[in-house]
Design a protein. Structure first.
Length: 114
């Protein structure tokens, strides 16, 4: 299973970005998919999770600003990020859990300038 994330970039505070993650296999088979982020010197943290039944979980710091969604038809997971803040600056990783294994994609860098 391969996950390819994209969509990161430089944006001003208050702006928006949409991250995408394309899976090499059918996303319908995943139990959970999600987005995590990591900054230098800190542990990777959960940002948003989406189950195959449609349940969503968000970190408190992003709830109300970020939205996770997916399009099973094109095996793509999204993270819509609005009202971005400088503290959202991080490398964002796509994650998927299927058949008892966790899969990670390469990260995409999001930089929010003040």
């Amino acid at each position: 299973v391969q996950l390819q994330a994209s969509g990161g970039g430089l944006v001003q505070a208050g702006g928006s970005l949409r991250l995408s993650c394309v899976a090499s296999t059918s996303m319908a088979s995943f139990n959970w998919m999600g987005w995590y982020r990591q900054t230098s010197g800190k542990e990777r943290e959960m940002v948003a999770l989406l189950s195959n039944l449609g349940s969503k979980n968000y970190a408190d710091s992003v709830r109300g600003r970020f939205t996770i969604s997916r399009d099973n038809g094109i095996n793509t997971l999204y993270l819509r990020m609005n009202e971005l803040k400088p503290e959202d600056t991080a490398v964002y990783f796509c994650n998927g859990y299927v058949n008892g294994a966790n899969h990670w994609g390469r990260g995409t860098l999001v930089t929010v300038s003040s």
